[in-house]
Ligand binder design. Structure first.
Ligand code: FES
Length: 147
């Protein structure tokens, strides 16, 4: 299994790692199968994500996709951030090994969870805006999260 140069770069020089003490929204998702956890912190101003950081207890692929995802949504509107798919993050990283594709879902879902938390704090029901947040995109028995 080989990671692309971009993935290796994000592993060596991760962007936006850590906590945001004054975050407006915090999302936490976990991958039930491998036990990995992702936490995303967002700062929102006028509907724009002005700052974003992450913390993860996950594998290298989860780490690199989170790092890239924070770069891709920083400065974007909430609406645009919600449109970011794990597919787009993987493309920005020049791909991931097939067994690691599911790991990138953690970053996508963590963004949704952070936005949902932001809406909830604003007194807005996030469900119709954010949709379902899932921890793992694999059906029971088809998950390779432990790889
Ligand atoms: Fe658990 Fe990648 S996120 S193995």
């Amino acid at each position: 299994m080989a990671y692309s140069e971009k993935v290796m770069d994000h592993l060596a020089n991760p962007r936006n790692v850590g906590e945001l003490p004054d975050a407006d929204g915090i999302g936490e998702v976990g991958n039930a199968k491998c036990g990995d956890i992702m936490k995303m912190y967002i700062k929102v101003n006028d509907g724009v994500i002005t700052d974003v950081t992450f913390k993860t207890f996950g594998c290298g692929a989860a780490f690199a996709t989170s790092s890239m995802a924070t770069e891709l949504i920083k400065g974007k509107t909430i609406e645009d951030a919600l449109k970011l798919t794990n597919q787009a993050v993987m493309e920005a990283l020049d791909g991931l090994p097939p067994v690691k594709v599911h790991c990138s879902v953690l970053a996508e879902q963590a963004i949704k969870a952070a936005v949902a938390d932001y809406y909830t704090r604003q007194g807005i029901d996030p469900t119709p805006l954010v949709g379902k947040i899932s921890d793992c995109d694999h059906e029971e028995g088809h998950c390779s999260c432990s790889l």
